[in-house]
Design a protein around this ligand. Structure first.
Ligand code: FMN
Length: 361
């Protein structure tokens, strides 16, 4: 518990969900200023997400690593987009360039339509099967001193060897998802397992499913658990709630006029993680201490969407509830990306770390 770490998310420009800038390109000044702010305020990692329409995480990541000192990058990677031997070398090269500051986060692919956009027509179960093989190939590549052959269901190659070895001979592998296949593959193979913010009871159930799969696979260790929230916070609870309602109004309006993350009248998402969030949202707006669901409904659970609403103290206490439950990594990102990252860095990170030290240290 004493090693709880914090994650943010990288944005290549000033566009954000409250003030979208349609078609914005990479704004290098923004990217670097934002990454340096995360580094200065003590975030440990920044996730660089992947989407079929979005920027390339590897090149954004290389820029961030070149311009920062400590923060690690988490490259989101869909196996269909890159042959595994190529990915193993790209990740290891970045890891060498940065002195060991690379993590890879795998996305099996939650939507058939999204996968089809980049030529992937496997079923979801097959995508998870391919992910399993992919992770094994990366590990083999990073540890193998000799050339090796691979003859699997999804990949076959002969006599491959890489001279590019990650700094610590390995790169942490993360898996995200909430389906049975995600639990099985992440539980058996991942160093880190990523979850979206659910109530304490459901989070606990998911953690034990993942640990059970780790045990079943004969592991002596367990994946570190990563939970994700979108805090909406201010000096007092009242101010935070006023901000939360303004945030919700903006999200609802942008979804309706086609500028939101989710299209107006989008169908129910296919990925289990989003379906779970939408089901829980039907139970009521607030769960536990401060977990708020209207932001989930307003965005059709497109990505991490559960908010934590309250004063700095309320949000810190809520995060500590999850640390107590077994969260090793906490992802917090807001809606006004840059300003929220600074606000958390000033009021949330130091206090949460101090309390973790006192209560669990
Ligand atoms: C922490 C976290 C980060 C994620 N990042 C991405 C991402 O960058 N791009 C993406 O398409 N899906 C992302 N996902 C979504 C899932 O990985 C994806 O929907 C999954 O492959 C299938 O989900 P399921 O097993 O819940 O059905 C993320 C999920 C989690 C938990």
């Amino acid at each position: 518990m004493a090693t709880t770490e914090f994650i943010s998310v990288t944005f290549p420009n000033a566009s954000h969900e409250l003030k979208p800038i349609p078609g914005a390109g990479v704004d290098v000044d923004f990217l670097v200023r934002y990454a340096r702010a995360l580094d200065d305020y003590g975030y440990n990692y920044t996730l660089i997400p992947y989407g079929s329409t979005g920027f390339d995480p590897f090149t954004l990541g290389a820029t961030i690593l070149a311009k920062t000192k400590k923060i690690k990058i988490i490259i989101a990677l869909r196996p269909n987009t890159l042959y595994p031997t190529v990915a193993a070398k790209a990740l290891a090269t970045l890891d060498q360039l940065s002195g060991g500051r690379v993590v890879v986060h795998f996305i099996a692919g939650g939507s058939d339509a999204e996968q089809a956009k980049e030529g992937d027509f496997l079923t979801k179960d097959q995508r998870y099967g391919r992910l399993e093989e992919y992770i094994k190939i990366l590990r083999r590549t990073w540890s193998s001193k000799e050339p090796f052959d691979w003859s699997g269901t999804y990949y076959t190659f002969k006599n491959f060897h890489s001279d590019v070895v990650p700094k610590d001979k390995n790169i942490p592998v993360s898996v995200g998802g909430s389906s049975e296949e995600a639990y099985r593959i992440g539980g058996s193979l991942a160093d880190i397992f990523g979850l979206w913010g659910e109530p304490l009871k459901e989070t606990k159930q998911q953690i034990s499913r993942i640990y059970t799969e780790a045990e079943k696979a004969g592991r002596t260790d367990k994946p570190r658990i990563w939970v994700t929230f979108r805090p909406i916070t201010a000096e007092t609870d009242d101010l935070a709630w006023a901000k939360a309602h303004k945030t919700l109004d903006a999200l609802t309006q942008h979804t309706a006029n086609g500028l939101g993350k989710s299209a107006p009248n989008a169908p129910e998402p296919q990925n289990v993680g989003s379906q779970r969030l939408l089901d829980i949202a039907k139970r009521g707006e607030v769960q536990d201490r401060a977990l708020w669901y209207p932001t989930v409904t307003a965005t059709n659970a497109r990505g991490a969407s559960t908010a934590l609403v309250g004063s700095y103290d309320t949000v810190v206490e809520s995060l500590l509830d999850y640390v107590e439950l077994g969260a090793d990594l906490i992802s917090i990102r807001g809606y006004d990306n840059f300003n929220d990252a600074v606000e958390y860095g000033t009021h949330i990170l130091p206090k949460t770390r101090e309390e973790i030290g006192k209560r669990f240290g």
